[in-house]
Write a protein that binds this ligand. Sequence first.
Ligand code: GDP
Ligand code: CA
Length: 343
Amino acid sequence: MTAPRIVVLAGGVGGAKFVRGVRALCRERWPDGPAGTAASITVVVNTGDDLWLAGLRVTPDLDSVMYALAGVNDDVRGWGRAGETERVSAELTAYGVGWPWFTLGDLDLGTHIARSAMLRDGLPLSAVTERLTARWPLGVRLLPMTDAEVETHVVVDEDGEERELHFEEWWVRTRAALTAKRFVQHGVAQATPAPGVVEATGAADVILLAPSNPVVSIGTILGIPGIREALRSARAPVVGVSPVIGGAVVRGMADACLTAIGVATDAAAIALHYGARGSGGLLDGWLVDEVDTDATGALNGAGVRSLVTPLWMTDDGASAIIVAGALGIATAIAREKGPETVP
Ligand code: GDP
Ligand code: CA
């Protein structure tokens, strides 16, 4: 395989771990190149969790991926910057500004201030992201799914009445304890893919769905008019990785999101929710963990090629092995389609 053009769809923390694996594998296999690899890696990141808070635009998933790739993330806590302090947040709380349960660290606030300043200068989020990421040699191009402000809200039942919360309030303050009735993507109908998204999927040799939340990370990206169509019409195989191992999400509360849209927390059910490309869906291939070997029957029956491999992203090496499996399926699929499509 010559150095491939890879596009990844990703959410925050799960997406970040996976993208670090993509970069590690590319650096190992195709080491020559300006960014440590000759492969090109474009990551389309969910921005449905973004919000205005204390006058600042906060983009949780873009920042999780950026910090993880830059190596400045807090590995222990799982989010935010390493070596963080929270002096500014304490001041904001004293003034009654912002959400006291949504602590923004001081270093992190530096990012939000810089981003908000650029947005107020009139730059679209994609250009702002390019400028922010230029600070670190990421070796990966980060694109927001859209430049428009699209916000995921959650409709919950409280004392018999429907109430709508911003996704981050539901996730962080209530820990998804209030049962989600449905998700609403405000602003999605008018949104268009950010510059570069459709171009990158069209030029890609392989498109990967990270093991991110299928509903509020990958699902939100696919909800942007034009992105699902771009994947469906892409020449490249589309291969996804299950975020569910043995009927449970690896981390977080994605099962609460799956339940709300009527999808079982099950490796095969998520693949069937994305659908087989041959029958109007997205997937050519799907990776499941060794404990989910049973899932392969349903996948094969639906026309999705499967691979069984350990899916715990315990470190970059483990993530890179998962990525190698996904590229392996993509190559096999491309070979079947014809020699001119082999990446
Ligand atoms: P968020 O935006 O920070 O919630 O992160 P993502 O949407 O990118 O990813 C969240 C998902 O990552 C969760 O549903 C987890 O099940 C999944 N995840 C986290 N760690 C692992 C792992 O080691 N292996 C797999 N297969 N999935 C993981
Ligand atoms: Ca997220």
